[in-house]
Design a protein around this ligand. Structure first.
Ligand code: CTP
Ligand code: MG
Length: 220
């Protein structure tokens, strides 16, 4: 099967702040988006990488990805789900690995686990257990939630393209935050594989600082 990595990078990085959207900002000297692409593009089981970018960001994206073979950019939409939908229309058959540009590091073993698990399910996602106690509440606590049955879901997420297209069609115009949600709503089976802390998404300035420190300390 042809395996295409679809990296969504059409967000505005509001929570990160700053003048330039986070995906184009250098993390230890290299744009965040470039880290994400480089983490997948050399994998022996990935045949192609495509990138979904925001309208008008072609120059930023071209500069960030100079010299890398990512084909033509796809133009995304207002919500992440719109960007994924646009990407799915632009690629062919086979398997898709949907991945966030905001996750700069992806161990190759995670990709192997995902593709292996796809043999027995309609999709596969990397997950981690929850370490903190979880509760409902606002200014006061309103009940602890049993965390033993809860999972944190990361990307990349692997699917047969036809299944994911079907699931997004079923989802109509809703804007789920990830593909595992769309797949489950459509009644499709999503397997879990072990995720990795290193796949952490850079959302806030704190995440950014931690990633830069880890790179400086050669922990990545
Ligand atoms: N994304 C996208 N299209 C959108 C929104 C998000 O392609 N309309 C992408 C982002 O570029 C990112 C990934 O989805 O790689 C995960 O989103 P998130 O971390 O929330 O990034 P942003 O939406 O850019 O950040 P924020 O929500 O803080 O504005
Ligand atoms: Mg967002």
């Amino acid at each position: 099967d042809q395996v295409t990595a679809l990296i969504v990078a059409a967000g505005s990085g509001t929570r990160m702040g700053g003048d330039t959207a986070k995906q184009y900002r250098p993390l230890a000297g290299k744009p965040l988006l470039r880290h994400a692409v480089e983490a997948l593009i050399g994998h022996p089981r990935i045949s192609a990488v495509r990138v979904v970018i925001g309208q008008g960001q072609e120059d930023l994206a071209s500069a960030a990805l100079a010299g890398l073979d990512v084909g033509a950019f796809v133009i995304g939409g207002a919500e992440r789900a719109d960007s994924v939908r646009a990407g799915l229309e632009a690629i062919g058959r086979g398997v898709v690995l949907v991945h966030d540009a905001a996750r700069p590091f992806c161990p190759p073993e995670v990709v192997d686990r995902l593709l292996d698990a796809l043999g027995k399910a309609d999709g596969a996602v990397p997950v981690l257990p929850v370490a903190d106690t979880l509760a409902k509440g606002d200014s006061e606590l309103r009940g602890t939630v049993n965390r033993t049955q809860l999972l944190r879901i990361q990307t990349p997420q692997a699917f047969h393209l036809e299944d994911l297209r079907y699931a997004y069609d079923e989802a109509g115009s809703s804007a789920p935050t990830d593909e595992s949600t769309v797949m489950q709503h459509a009644g499709l089976k999503v397997a879990t594989v072990a995720g990795d802390e290193i796949l952490h998404k850079l959302t806030s300035p704190r995440d950014w600082e931690r990633a830069e420190m880890m790179l400086a300390a050669r922990m990545i």
